[in-house]
Write a protein of this length. Structure first.
Length: 261
């Protein structure tokens, strides 16, 4: 009883304690790995290609499906579904053990490359999966690096719109549901991407990832909380919110923490 209360208290305060990360098999997870002090983790094209190669090998080895990704200069976003509770962490650890020594030797870097542990947020697929696809693949646009997602080479965008086949990507069934043929799926996805993302959806994705909370509707959260026997979302405080889509207080405070860099 005390152990559960301790975990919940530190999740709420977002302290330095190393707490068990919430990983749920067969559920998609939004993942963020950042460079230490926002320093670059990629310096040229060969760095991006090396990381993608090791990520592809690790995903296969540890049975993690990568649905979408974007590699930015100083951080990485992934949308991935693990087959079990340990595969996600082992995949990220394996990539780090290969990529970090490579990067340090090549660029004369000393010390850690990552900003601590990777962050992860479980995503309710029917409600937020394709939103997360779009969030990742338009991140370079929001960061002001390119005018359109098509102009950025280090994301899964080209795969999803049919420009090239990406061996790293495993299509999620919800992506397949966009159309009966590859052409229909690619065209429909391109239309979704062109519609843009409302600011409130960007804020939700940012905030849930910052705190490590599950992103889903009330029924999904309640089901997971019962299954895992722990809180999976911040407690609601004060009077009831007037708008159902309003952010909980803790998420609202964190919503600006993961803006594109």
């Amino acid at each position: 009883m005390f152990a559960h209360a301790f975990v919940h208290f530190h999740l709420f305060l977002h302290t330095m304690a190393r707490l068990p990360r919430l990983v749920i098999p067969q559920q998609p997870h939004h993942i963020l790995q950042q460079g230490h002090n926002r320093q670059p983790i990629f310096c040229d094209s060969s760095d991006y290609l090396a990381f993608l190669g090791w990520l592809r090998d690790a995903a296969r080895q540890f049975k993690v499906s990568i649905h979408a990704y974007v590699l930015m200069e100083n951080h990485v976003h992934l949308l991935a579904t693990p087959a079990d509770e340990i595969g996600l962490g082992r995949m990220m650890q394996w990539v780090g053990r290969h990529y970090v020594p490579y990067f340090n030797r090549k660029h004369g870097h000393i010390g850690t490359l990552w900003q601590g542990r990777f962050k992860a947020s479980v995503i309710e697929a029917p409600r937020y999966l394709l939103t997360c696809y779009r969030y990742l693949e338009t991140n370079p646009v929001r960061a002001g690096l390119v005018a359109t997602a098509a102009q950025y080479p280090w994301s899964s965008y080209a795969h999803h719109v049919g420009v090239r086949l990406d061996p790293l990507v495993t299509d999620h069934p919800l992506y397949w549901s966009l159309g009966n043929t590859p052409f229909e799926r690619e065209a429909e996805y391109k239309l979704l991407l062109e519609q843009g993302l409302p600011p409130e959806q960007i804020a939700l994705l940012n905030a849930s990832l910052t705190k490590g909370w599950v992103l889903g509707d009330a029924a999904f959260l309640q089901s997971l909380a019962h299954q895992m026997q722990r809180r999976v979302a911040p407690a609601t405080r004060g009077r009831p919110r007037k708008k159902a889509e309003a952010l909980p207080a803790e998420l609202g405070k964190a919503s600006a923490a993961l803006q594109p860099k």
